[in-house]
Design a protein around this ligand. Structure first.
Ligand SMILES: CC(C)(COP(=O)(O)OP(=O)(O)OC[C@H]1O[C@@H](n2cnc3c(N)ncnc32)[C@H](O)[C@@H]1OP(=O)(O)O)[C@@H](O)C(=O)NCCC(=O)NCCS
Length: 297
């Protein structure tokens, strides 16, 4: 595997986030490749401490190529599954087509196998690239239906802003203490992506329900109410959420299996150019599932 570095005069580095210059070089690679500025994470407590980046750097410290993995424990069919996510895969245009990414994929997947991860997850618009490594597409389905009957609610609600440091601290605390939003398919713990996704999508609203010590991530349009995620010590029933948010939609879309919401929706294909792919086959990964958009990475 060292051949890729030797051939191109690049230096391979792993686990380099402790070096601020190398982190800045990755931020630049991702900004140039995807047009997103992940340095905003510094405002939310920094990058995921479980991240394990694999990268190639040139003599000037430019990050030519990168592929990262991070720990993403999942609740699947009532069982804790040791899962890893893969993200930040990019090669600068002048370095493409030379096998650098193949090298980094081999290193990252091999490292995860050595660590005993039983499931790998990634999101991609290039699924064919990952099939040779054992990844298959996991079709996603959202859950759609009429709203439940209204219910009375005690407690107060407050809209949060990720521009407010107090609100960021509250969201981080709730994320640390959260219970999985579904026992069928949900992340157990992963704060960084929730915060980034909430920040990058201006249509996402975050509302705190103090009675449940829960932050509800949601959206609305003319026809429907979209429930994206709930980070909370307890999971409120859907009826309580709609009451708290003063929403009376004609239709509800839940973007994760709704088994903890005291409501049932009909699974409906989630259309997207981005595929969720999995490597490994933990028991129970058969029913209709959707990864919460707040956990996308
Ligand atoms: C996709 C990307 C990372 C590939 O990097 P690269 O260094 O040129 O890839 P490699 O030369 O190591 O090729 C690795 C393998 O992927 C395949 N591949 C490369 N680009 C591909 C694409 N767009 N679609 C499908 N397969 C692709 C290659 O054919 C090669 O297959 P092989 O091992 O069977 O020969 C690079 O083009 C890139 O940064 N693109 C923009 C960002 C992006 O799409 N990132 C991936 C996010 S999921």
């Amino acid at each position: 595997m060292a051949a890729a570095a030797d051939d191109h005069g690049l230096t391979f580095r792993q686990d380099y986030f402790g070096d601020p210059a190398a982190w800045a070089a990755l931020v630049s690679l991702l900004e140039n490749t995807f047009g997103i500025d992940v340095s905003i994470q510094d405002r939310f407590g920094g990058p995921d401490p479980t991240s394990m980046p694999f990268g190639y750097f040139d003599a000037n410290g430019v990050c030519a190529a990168n592929f990262s993995t991070f720990s993403m424990p999942m609740m699947i069919d009532g069982r804790l599954v040791k899962a890893a996510g893969f993200q930040s895969g990019a090669v600068r245009p002048q370095w493409r087509g030379r096998g650098l990414y193949r090298d980094l994929m081999n290193r990252a997947f091999g490292w995860c196998d050595d660590q005993g991860f039983e499931l790998g997850l990634l999101l991609t618009d290039k699924p064919a690239m990952y099939e040779p490594y054992g990844f298959t597409i996991l079709p996603q389905q959202k859950f759609v239906g009429a709203p439940p009957l209204e219910m009375r609610l005690a407690g107060t609600v407050r809209e949060l802003s990720l521009d407010n440091t107090g609100d960021i601290a509250l969201v981080r605390r709730v994320l640390r203490e959260r219970t999985p939003v579904s026992s069928v398919f949900a992340v157990m713990a992963q704060a960084e992506m929730f915060l980034l996704n909430g920040f990058f999508d201006p249509d996402v609203r975050l509302t705190y329900l103090d009675q449940f010590e829960a932050v509800v991530a949601w959206k609305e349009d003319e026809t429907s109410f979209q429930l994206l995620d709930i980070a909370g010590k307890t999971i409120p029933p859907l009826a309580a959420i709609l009451q708290a948010l003063d929403q009376r939609p004609g239709r509800v879309e839940v973007c994760f299996p709704p088994d903890r919401l005291d409501w049932q929706g009909k699974p409906e294909t989630f259309e997207s150019d981005i595929s969720l792919m999995v490597r490994g086959s933990p028991a129970g990964l058969s029913g209709p599932v959707m990864l919460s958009p707040m956990a996308e990475f």
